[in-house]
Design a protein around this ligand. Structure first.
Ligand code: AMP
Ligand code: GLY
Length: 417
């Protein structure tokens, strides 16, 4: 079988790696891929949003399956176009992907179907938004409505911070169309619950947790994710059952009811608050870097899983009991400005999985080519063991311009003790 994977980050590398473990898959093509993915797949220089180009490639190469990684490709309508041409593709249509691309759509759906989430209101008017924020306790959570690559959320701890953010989002037009969801601040551990969804069929994956802040102790600015691990010892089986039955299944059913049935990975960004588990956000795709620690635990043939979901059939999944933990190596300065082109040595010496996020090859050597550069994923009997192993393996990688967190998984390690 011949498979096309659309995307080019660490998540796509993990998808390509999982597909390469399937005895059924004989050829993997990745668009655009990256320097690491190129070791395991044929990379084609097409942007993930180049729908015309991707369609032309698919019609020429006659793939048995296409898998979509990033939200940008979904928002560009690649799934709709492929389906219109009768091509088998794993991922939601643009309409179903609104669960991620429009916070207002997601919030309204949750309100209508009683899916637990923070109280909220939506505004386009600066004056009305200010008055509402003033009437609620601080901190205020302000979310720009639309895809903002993780940069659209401001947690304002003071009235001045809130006003500054509202001005940015509603008056300056820096973000675009100007619509803001204001919601109540929730507290508790966050976790990621990814499910394979095909209409009303919901098949859960193992739980994982991302670390969004740049530095140890969850300090510093929000990033695309500095590491992840699985499983989560502080989330009980009861919690997981609740999240599955009260959040993930009803959301899939609600999308089907609304005439926008979901096909692909529905990602619940959830928080275990003192008042129960609530939704922080939904994504319409695999999480990054969660996928890099979840897929290595999957024992089932992922090609079969993707095809079953794409074809609207049920699947059962088998998982390894081993814990996985991934540490991201990022360019110094990230998520702010950073330099590229630094040589990276030792990637081949790592005893574990290395998924490339932003690398290139220059004169036969890997060099840094992005903010997040690579993720090193190791296994262990416990999260603590996986953490120790991953830290030791990361130390083998030599580069003058990289940094990483050394406390990925700390909540689980404390819980295991
Ligand atoms: P989002 O893009 O919606 O996932 O938000 C990014 C991050 O902001 C989340 O991972 C949370 O850490 C934080 N966040 C979002 N909404 C809330 C909320 N209502 N209360 C507390 N923290 C939040
Ligand atoms: N790890 C969060 C995300 O993929 O959006």
């Amino acid at each position: 079988m011949k498979v096309l994977v659309i995307g080019g980050g660490g998540r796509c590398h993990a998808i390509v790696d999982a597909l390469s473990r399937s005895p059924k898959v004989t050829e993997i093509v990745c668009a655009p891929g990256n320097a690491g993915i190129a070791q395991q797949a044929r990379c084609v220089a097409l942007k993930d949003t180049d729908v015309e180009g991707l369609l032309k490639l698919a019609l020429e190469e006659r793939f048995d399956l296409t898998v979509v990684g990033p939200e940008s490709a979904l928002a560009a309508g690649v799934v709709d176009t492929f389906k219109a041409h009768g091509l088998r593709i794993f991922g939601p249509t643009k309409a179903a992907a609104q669960i991620e691309s429009s916070k207002e759509f997601a919030k309204n759906l949750m309100a209508e179907y009683g899916i637990p989430t923070a109280a909220y209101r939506t505004f386009t008017d600066y004056g009305e938004a200010s008055a509402y924020v003033a009437s609620r306790p601080l901190p205020a959570v302000l979310k720009y409505d639309g895809l903002a690559a993780g940069k659209g959320v401001v947690i304002a701890r003071t009235a001045e911070e809130a006003d500054h953010a509202l001005r940015d989002m509603l008056l300056d037009g820096r973000f675009g169309q100007g619509k803001v969801v204001v919601e109540d601040f929730l507290e508790g551990p966050e976790f990621s619950f990814m499910c394979f969804v095909s209409g009303r069929e919901v098949v859960p994956m193992v739980l994982s947790q991302d670390h969004k802040r740049a530095f140890d102790n969850d300090e510093g600015p929000n990033t695309g994710g500095m590491g992840a691990y699985s499983p989560l010892p502080f989330i009980t089986d009861e919690d997981r059952e609740y999240a599955l039955e009260k959040i993930m299944r009803p959301t899939a059913a609600a999308l089907a009811d609304k005439g926008t049935p979901f096909c692909g990975v529905l990602y619940g960004g959830l928080m275990k608050t003192p008042a129960g588990i609530k939704v922080i956000e939904f994504n319409a795709r695999f999480g990054d870097p969660e996928t890099e620690v979840v897929l290595p635990r999957l024992k089932s043939d992922i090609y079969d899983v993707f095809c079953a979901v794409a074809d609207g059939k049920g699947v059962t999944l088998e998982w390894s009991d081993r814990a996985t933990l991934g540490i991201v190596l990022a360019s110094k300065g990230y998520p702010g400005s950073y330099e590229k082109g630094f040589a990276i040595d030792g990637l081949d010496e790592v005893d574990g999985r290395v998924y490339h996020m932003g690398t290139a090859v220059r004169d036969g050597r890997f060099v840094t080519a992005g903010g997040r550069v690579a993720i090193v994923v190791c296994e262990g009997a416990t999260v603590a063991e996986a953490q120790a192993k991953a830290l030791a393996e990361v130390a083998r990688i030599k580069c003058d311009n990289l940094f990483h967190r050394s406390d990925i998984g700390y909540q689980a390690v404390a819980c295991e003790k």
